[in-house]
Design a protein around this ligand. Structure first.
Ligand code: NAD
Ligand code: MN
Length: 481
């Protein structure tokens, strides 16, 4: 929920009308064109279930055209002077800032996240990633001192999820372009609109045609894209299941691959922590963006002596969260991204109860009649073997467990097939570094949670994937060094 520095540039939004066209086409070779297959799908507002627009579903011929456009553009873009590439990325970053109110509203309407988050977290970070990577364009030789001549890889196939549509686009497109690659990106089928608006920004900023191509569609379009033989690199963010399939199909092809997959991240609270501060961190950790966060602190591990205090305070705090209309700037918890995801979450809640956990749903907010909603809640009395302690729920549901000793905290925290993130809450500095070094996680937050910055690398270990996005590390995946 927090951004380290103040990247908010646009004035606070009153409700802007993002002016959504009834029909959206594919963006290939610098033009908006219809799919050769003429198939379309609808994207809706999950808070109202109103259809926002009809989008083209890219088929094999469309994906082929997009990859060919990216290939042709690569010949020039890879040889474009670094300062010239930087100029385009800076222009894009500034244009994102200028249009950020409109983009924030569109993001919230298409995906269901609270406007306060789109406006104060997503959009500032999106701009920050373009600024940050723009700055690297002409410094790559200095960034990697051992490498005499870092070279771009080629055509990148990028597939992103629906939880941070524009931010995941920025994480992928900004470093790829900075290094001289060209891209074909597929947004998720429930949230395609901001990526297409980004394509407009590329046009406005006179980015050479074919450097960025956007193809919309569902899993089949994504599969066609990542399996295309003329792709040199795949960058995927999404479920572990799909990530494994992609890794299998890429094996032996020579394609470079980075995967950012699911998580079941532990948030560990020691008895010596500032409990009130920890409560805020727990809230940020799991109820930010309805829990649709790959690094969500979805397993809370609390030292036994403060367990009842934490549960009581958590209930109190949870009851104050405002659930409802994502476009209302006072809303804390918005709509669940899709009906399908809501069903998944409900199934997990059922299983949690059936396995013997106690459900806490202190937030009695009246929910809108239409739309997909789940009140923020948590399960106590969860055992490490329970399904709700092992699988990613990807919703506003926290599993609470306890531990006695630091050793037990570490072994419980690491008792998962995932390894994306972890949080540690304690006032003892010596304990912090000892524990952080033994947690199997790509990111460890200390006395904070869900804090992001374009200069910090992000990514997982174990089944949470491999490769890093952000900062200097994020460039590696887009260079031959
Ligand atoms: P998903 O992995 O199915 O979808 C992510 C993206 O991959 C989408 O753009 C989708 O169209 C595309 N895709 C689907 N099948 C593909 C294939 N075979 N080849 C290439 N691309 C393909 O995720 P989902 O179904 O939207 O969500 C399911 C679960 O995934 C969630 O419950 C959550 O656990 C997890 N998830 C994780 C993240 C994350 O940030 N790590 C994001 C979204 C979802
Ligand atoms: Mn939508």
């Amino acid at each position: 929920m927090t951004v380290n520095s103040d990247w908010t540039y646009a004035p606070a939004p009153e409700q802007v009308d993002p002016g959504i066209a009834e029909r959206h086409r594919l963006f290939i070779d610098g033009r908006f064109i219809s799919s050769r297959g003429r198939r379309t799908f609808e994207t809706a507002n999950p808070a109202t279930e109103a259809v926002l627009s009809e989008c083209d579903e890219a088929n094999a011929a469309d994906v082929d055209a997009a990859v060919a456009a990216a290939r042709a553009a690569f010949r020039k873009w890879s040889r474009t002077r670094p300062q010239e590439r930087a100029k385009h990325l800076y222009r894009i970053a500034r244009r994102i800032q200028e249009r950020s109110r409109e983009l924030a509203v569109l993001e919230t309407m298409d995906g269901g996240k609270p406007i306060r988050e789109s406006r104060d977290v997503d959009l500032p970070l999106v701009a920050q990633h373009f600024f940050h990577n723009a700055g690297w364009c002409d410094k790559l030789k200095y960034a990697f001192p051992g490498a005499t001549d870092p070279k771009p890889i080629g055509v990148c196939a990028q597939v992103i999820p629906w939880n941070f549509p524009l931010l995941m686009l920025a994480w992928k497109i900004a470093p790829a372009l900075a290094c001289g690659n060209t891209v074909v990106l597929k947004p998720a089928e429930t949230t395609p609109l901001t990526a297409l608006r980004f394509a407009e920004i590329c046009e406005e900023c006179e980015l050479p045609k074919g450097v960025v191509n956007i193809v919309t569609g569902a899993g089949e379009t994504g599969r066609l894209l990542v399996e295309h033989p003329d792709v040199d690199k795949i960058a995927f963010t999404g479920s572990t299941e799909v990530g494994k399939r992609i890794a299998a199909s890429a094996a032996g092809t020579g394609k470079r691959l980075t995967l950012e997959l699911g998580g079941k991240s532990p948030n560990i609270v020691f008895a010596d922590a500032s409990i009130d501060q920890a409560i805020e961190g727990i809230v940020q950790g799991i109820w930010f963006n309805q829990g649709h966060v790959c690094c969500a602190g979805s397993r809370l591990l609390v030292q036994e002596s403060v367990l009842s205090e934490v549960i009581t305070k958590l209930e109190r705090r949870l009851s104050t969260l405002r659930v409802g209309d994502p476009l209302d700037k006072n809303t804390d918890v918005g709509a669940i991204n899709s009906g399908g995801q809501l069903e998944t979450i409900r199934d997990y809640l059922e299983r949690g109860r059936a396995e013997g956990a106690t459900m806490h749903e202190p937030n009695g907010a009246a929910l809108p009649e239409k739309g997909h909603w789940c009140r923020p809640c948590f399960l106590s009395g969860v055992q490490p073997s329970h399904v709700v302690a092992r699988e990613e729920i990807f919703g506003p549901v926290l599993a609470v467990m306890s531990f006695r000793t630091p050793e037990e905290a570490i072994s419980r925290a690491n008792d998962t097939r995932f390894g994306l993130a972890a949080g540690v809450w304690t006032d003892k500095g010596s304990k912090i570094f000892e524990i952080a070094s033994r947690l199997q996680a790509g990111v460890v937050w200390l006395n904070t949670y869900n804090r992001f910055d374009a200069t910090s690398p992000f990514g997982g270990v174990k089944e949470s994937g491999f490769g890093r996005e952000g900062g200097l590390h994020g460039l590696r995946g887009y260079l031959s060094l």
